[in-house]
Design a protein around this ligand. Structure first.
Ligand code: RIB
Length: 309
């Protein structure tokens, strides 16, 4: 079994479902429902790896608080290796406030808390697990991401960037050799100024990112439109599959983790993207962040049903 080291964030998500989000200065009374659920881009991806049958070592930082203890317990139940999760004595566990509208779209505000104090020493120690790939997102400090990329490069380990949340001032040029760079539509627009709305704008955005990042593949996540795969020469949109959307939270985290899982398994990149689309499609059909992530069996059964060859 392949092993992935996830160096990324962990949050408790406070999720409120609503008919519509309030305007500035407006108070909306909303009695649909709310819940505290495990989330964080890194944790969602770590859960996805575990459920999809990949060994996962999770390097993150939690607070010394109730949320931190609850989250660690949940990761252990999922079979994630938690031995490289640090605990900050002062910073609280990260928290995300998530508004989910009726069409399943979301708006997220993250209070990073302990995610912002992950150290280079924590990351260096986690590399001792000898992973087959290292996977990061941008919800931890920039210097931690750059440091992890340098270590992975030095050791010849494939390095994957699930590029959210995006900021125009993130130092993309400082990332050492990247294997897969994968932003969603919003993140693509932030990094490139191009909205990937059709084949030609997707190609233009992917080419721009290819010039900005030393990467082998660019994979744009396009929500309901699927994903755009670019290898420096060929680019193509691989569509997603029709389903009733309940909640898009964690769909991107699920997609990228599934993509890496199938890529490491030796699948050709195009098929790995199609299978990742299957995993993300299942995730959007269910409520919650990590709660929505499918298992390997569910993903393969769905792929079989819709004829992904
Ligand atoms: O990608 C979804 C995640 O983004 C949520 O779980 C939230 O915690 C934020 O990190």
């Amino acid at each position: 079994m392949k092993k992935v080291l996830v160096v990324s964030s962990a949050n408790m998500d406070f999720v409120q479902r609503m008919h519509r989000v309030p305007q500035r200065g407006e108070t909306v009374t909303e009695s649909m429902d709310y819940a505290y659920v495990p989330g964080g881009k890194g944790a969602n991806s770590a859960v996805a790896f575990a459920r999809l049958g990949t060994d996962c070592v999770f390097c993150t930082c939690l607070g010394d608080d109730e949320n931190g203890r609850v989250l660690r317990g949940l990761y252990e139940k999922e079979g994630i290796d938690t031995s490289h999760i640090a605990v900050s004595p002062t910073a609280p566990t990260g928290l995300a406030s998530i508004l989910v509208e009726e069409d399943g779209s979301n708006r997220i505000i993250v209070y990073p808390g302990a995610n912002s104090v992950i150290t280079e020493a924590d990351i260096r120690a986690a590399f001792e697990c000898r992973p087959d790939a290292v996977y990061v997102q941008l919800e931890i400090p920039d210097k931690a991401v750059v440091f992890a990329s340098a270590l992975a490069h030095e050791r010849g380990i494939p390095f994957v960037v699930d590029a959210g949340p995006a900021r125009t001032d993130f130092p993309l040029k400082e990332l050492a050799g990247v294997c897969i760079f994968s932003p969603n539509e919003t993140e693509t627009k932030v990094f490139t100024g191009i909205a990937p709305v059709d084949e030609s704008s997707r190609r233009a955005a992917a080419e721009t990112l290819y010039r900005m990042v030393k990467t082998e593949y660019v994979v744009l996540k396009l929500g309901g439109a699927g994903a755009y795969l670019f290898d420096g020469m060929r680019g193509m949109t691989l569509p997603s599959y029709p389903i009733e959307v309940k909640d898009t939270t964690a769909a991107g985290d699920t997609f990228t983790a599934a993509l890496v899982r199938f890529y490491l398994d030796g699948e050709p990149m195009e098929r790995a993207v199609r299978l990742a689309n299957c995993a993300a499609t299942i995730a959007v059909s269910r409520p919650g962040a990590s709660a929505s992530i499918p298992t390997l069996e569910e993903t393969l059964a769905f792929a079989h049903k819709i004829g992904v060859g």
